[in-house]
Structure formats: C-alpha cells, structure tokens
Design a protein around this ligand. Structure first.
Ligand code: HEM
Length: 341
C-alpha cells in the first residue's frame, strides 16, 4: 500500500481537478440550479429526464421527498403514496429552501454529473486517507493531512448545498473555489512528502523567493478574477442575458485584473530566464508561461470577443492548474533536507 500511495494521492488530485472542470462546465452552461435540492436531485438518486416525471398525474406512485412542479412552484411529497384521480394537497408541502422552479433536463444532468464527479473525488480522497495510515509511524503529517483533505471535501459538499440553497450566491461560489484550491495545495504537499526521491532541481534561495512572490501574485489575480466574475453574474441577474453586454461598462476591478496580468507575466518571464540561465532544472516553468499566455488570451477573448463558448470554463480551469503547478514548484524548490524529512 505504501509503495502505491503516491499513485493513490495523484489519482485523488486528478479527480479533484475533474470536479473543478465539471464545476466550470456547470458555470459555463448556467446549470447551477439544475437540481433544486441536495444531495438528491428533485428527490431522486438518478434525476428525471422528462418534465412528465415532475408533473402530477393520477395513479402515480410517489415516494417521500420526491418533487413535482405545480403552478411554477416546487412541491415535495410528504410520504409514500399513490395519487388518486384528483390532486390531494395534503400529501404535498411547499419546498421552502428557495423558489427556483424551472426544469431544464440538460442543466439537471450537467449538475448531476458534477455531483457524481464530486462523490468520486470524495471517495478517492477517503481511500487516500485510509492508505495514509501506513505512514503513521514515520511521517504522521501525511496521515493527518490526508484526513484533513477528507474533512475539507465534506465541507465542500456542504458548501455546494449552501450555494444551491442561496440560488448561486456569488460570495459562496468564490469561497467554494478558494476551498478547491486549498484542497489541491494540501494534496500536492502530501504527494511531495510521500514521494520516495527528490526532484532533480538545484536549490536557489533567490529563485525560491521569487517563486513565492509569483504564487502570491497568482492568488491575488485569482481573487480579483472572482470579483470580475461576480460582477458578470450580477449583470446576468440584472437581466442582461446577452454576453456582449456583460462587460459593456466594466468597473475598475476589470481593468485592475487585466493590467495585473502584465505583472504576473513579467515576474514569470523573469523566473523562466533565471531558470534557464542558472540551469536550475525547473522544467514546469515552461508550463507556467504557457498557462499564463492562454489565461491572457482567453481573458481577452471573453472581454473583446463577447465570451466565446468555452472561454469562461478554460479561463477558470487553467487558473487552478496554474496555481497547482506553481505551488508544486515551491515545494520542489525547498532545501533538500527540509523537503525530505
Ligand atoms: C494571469 C492571468 C490571469 C489569471 C490567472 C486570471 C484568473 C481569473 C480567475 C480565477 C477568474 C475567476 C473565474 C471564475 O470564478 O469563474 C477570472 C475571471 C475573469 N477574467 Fe481573468 N485571469 C487572468 C487574466 C485575464 C485577462 C488578461 C483578462 C482580460 C483581458 C481577464 C478577464 C477575465 C474576465 C472577463 C473574467 C470573468 C469571467 C466570468 O465571468 O466567468 N483575465 N480570471
């Protein structure tokens, strides 16, 4: 089990990223309210595909918790029963968490697949935590941090429910995203501590410090980016459904986000050249530059080409991959003795 632990942890990491991708697709397609309840979807483990399943009809069997849409409101079955010829209100109660009562099968299934990915990633993290007991005597932090990841995944699931109940409150969405990055960071740390041998990079204190600065800049840029996204969401809530209008009168936050990417780029170009000149061996630096380049391109596409399809999802997913790679490089850049203890 110990030998396979790095593979188990890497699988958990990939699945956590899969949840981030699924989340970005949910956002891109506007499927966040595809399931009005949580953890079930319209009261089912496998959600409906047809409005008929959510419509009251005579001689239909309903189970407690199953949902129907009637007069544009959600009604929940109070018990298990079979409907008679007439609608009997005593079997139903109004759904009180929110009043969003629209059924769109595509949105429902995208949101449902997102939840399945979440469950899969949760199981992988749980498996990693069980496997981590093998390290208890020798490297306690691996076990402790693995269980912390399980706890944080549980917290994410709970937060996911809060996001739905709040009908996609932007601040809750931001906390959800930040938490995903924290989970990524902790799993990367676990992978680094558990790996048998160190990466072939040369320790350089100045390079490490600038790396730390570059990670900080990325985090600031992500934080500003989430503010821009909140403003875009607000425009949509205000009724501006056409993407051409979302950034028609952008606030200062958008301009800060746009200009800040120049600072992010320059600091990383500096790191890239330093790594080459001093032959430090940080091969992931190429990826970092490529990702920043694509971030800037997708950002410009959103802003000046009216949010082409996929650009929001790519922008979000690549930002989280950029964060992961930079964080891992910082772990690699530590003094060899501290990284291997
Ligand atoms: C290093 C470069 C960049 C990084 C790391 C970055 C990161 C991010 C992040 C994390 C978000 C939030 C996404 C979400 O929560 O759904 C965001 C949103 C956004 N960013 Fe960037 N960004 C970068 C550069 C740019 C540039 C250069 C532009 C424009 C010229 C731009 C335009 C936008 C826009 C319009 C949004 C709102 C997206 C939405 O509503 O889904 N970004 N950015």
């Amino acid at each position: 089990m110990k030998k396979h632990f790095p593979t188990i942890a890497k699988t958990a990491l990939v699945l956590v990223y899969l949840v981030i991708v699924a989340g970005a697709l949910v956002r891109m397609t506007g499927s966040g309210m595809g399931c009005p309840d949580w953890p079930k979807c319209f009261g089912y483990y496998i959600p409906p595909t047809d409005l008929k399943e959510l419509t009251w009809a005579p001689n239909r069997v309903f189970e407690k918790g199953q949902v129907i849409i009637k007069d544009e409101t959600l009604l929940v079955a109070k018990d298990n029963f079979t409907t008679q010829t007439n609608f009997d209100v005593s079997h139903w109660e109004k759904y009180t968490k929110h009043d969003y009562a629209i059924f769109n099968p595509l949105h429902t299934w995208i949101e449902y697949i997102n939840r399945l990915c979440g469950a899969l990633a949760g199981m992988a993290c749980f498996f990693m935590a069980i496997a981590s007991f093998k390290f208890w005597k020798e490297k306690k932090r691996i076990t402790l941090l693995s269980w912390l990841v399980v706890f944080m995944m549980g917290f994410q699931a709970w937060l996911g429910a809060k996001v739905v109940y709040s009908v996609l409150n932007p601040i809750k969405i931001t906390v959800h995203m930040v938490m995903a990055l924290v989970i990524v960071a902790v799993i990367l740390y676990i992978i680094q501590v558990a790996r048998p041998k160190l990466a072939a990079v040369t320790y350089n204190s100045a390079f490490k410090n600038v790396l730390l600065l570059s990670l900080l800049l990325t985090l600031i840029q992500v934080a500003i980016g989430t503010q821009v996204r909140q403003q875009v969401d607000q425009q949509i809530k205000n009724g501006l459904t056409e993407s051409i209008l979302w950034l028609q009168n952008p606030t200062i936050t958008f301009y800060i986000h746009r200009s800040f990417s120049v600072i992010v780029l320059l600091v990383n170009v500096y790191l890239f050249t330093k790594n080459r000149k001093l032959n430090l061996g940080f091969s992931k630096m190429n990826w970092v530059l490529a990702l920043i380049g694509i971030e800037i391109l997708t950002g410009m596409a959103m802003a000046y080409l009216d949010f082409p399809i996929g650009s929001q999802a790519i922008h979000l997913v690549l930002a989280s991959i950029l964060f992961g790679i930079q964080f891992y490089m910082i772990l690699e850049a530590q003094k060899p003795s501290s990284a291997n203890s």
